[in-house]
Design a protein around this ligand. Sequence first.
Ligand SMILES: Cc1cc2nc3c(=O)[nH]c(=O)nc-3n(C[C@H](O)[C@H](O)[C@H](O)COP(=O)(O)O)c2cc1C
Length: 433
Amino acid sequence: MHPTYVRQSARSQRTSGLEQYKQEILEVRAAFPDLLTIVDKLIVSADGASAAVFWHSSGSFLGELQNVPATGRRVETRGSNLLTLKDGLITHESVTWDHAELLADLGIPSLKSAFEPDSEKVVVDVPGATLHPDSIKGFNRQFVTGVTVVTTIDSRGNPRGLAANSYASVSLEPPLVLVCVQKTAGTYGALFSSTHLGINIVSNAQRDVVSAFAAKIPDKFAHVKWHVGPDGSPLIDGSAASIEAEIKERFQARTHTVFVARVTHAEVSDVDPMVYKAGRFHDGGEPSTVVWTRFVRDPQELGGWREYYDRWNKCRSAPESTDWDLTLPIRAEDHLLSLPTFSKWGAELAAITAGEDHIIVCGVATDCCVLSTVFGAIDAGKSVTVVTDACAGVTDEAHQQAISLLDLLSPMVTLATTDEMITQSMQRTTASS
Ligand SMILES: Cc1cc2nc3c(=O)[nH]c(=O)nc-3n(C[C@H](O)[C@H](O)[C@H](O)COP(=O)(O)O)c2cc1C
């Protein structure tokens, strides 16, 4: 091959150089260890400036390719290459075959649009401005959906599942549905290699189910009651409705796979479904935005902070140290705010809680971060409930003193215990159902 070799896919117009091509060959060989290619025909032009190669290959899909898990299936694929030659070396090659062709031959077609190079055309959402990804997110946030839990059984026989709101009904005859799943999801591999999946529409009373299935935690099914559908998929008890479906198509997008499945079984209850919009669940007016805040040291230790860290030397860990890690699982939809200040009130928290008149605060230390954050919040016009037994001070006495101080800020600050909060929440849910 000529050192200036360029290979171009006739399908996607994607080009690659020699090094990239070598890499692609290694990838394909790793995915298909028994790959055998036979050249069927080679035609060289009379002047030796161009040639055409017709070939076919076969092999077994035994290793991951382009984020697509191996299926073990055998593939037979064929293609033709048009070569431009210079001094007997290939300078340019136009090929009818690439990774996408190979996956398509395996029954895993790719959505062509998902692999197009990023458009150079300037797209605008308001005249004169460039389309920003936040605009698309903003658009999506205006769309109201339900929430489902998509389930399957992995190769070890364990139930797996994730929360998903990308469910859509495709058609009634035939009864087709679709769901889009991110390739980084822990459930993805099991789902990809399954023949069937379950889709459970989460009910109003299943907020804890969504929390568990939206988190990356082991053994999510330990937290729910479930039964097995006729084709083996886990169906979650208490769901508003559940279906089981046979996976028919797995369309590759860059980051996601679109699963199209044919419904084989349906269970429908008269329980109300959960409604989801813009990161919030609308199941009876509960505040659903959860913001976890972390104190993380600023290594500059500006001004008085040096004395603070001299006094609390054990807090001198680097900002990236695991010492600051949260120990509770945080849900995908929760916010995490890390600041080197006691008060977490500021532009970020104001933006996250915009539209909320009332916020609920708990944490440590009552006499430090809790107190200073509440001051900031009430100055910004929020009414605040501090959950007293969900806070702790440096000492019990310091906690009590801080709570007394917060009580002085009534009516902007109210105090409540965890039991009182749960009772209020249950009364609200009953009133709204
Ligand atoms: C309301 C809601 C909707 C979601 N929808 C999807 C979705 O459609 N597709 C997806 O891949 N992830 C979706 N997620 C995120 C996954 O549930 C989340 O990444 C989860 O941690 C995956 O779990 P796993 O890694 O154990 O599979 C959604 C999360 C929430 C809270």
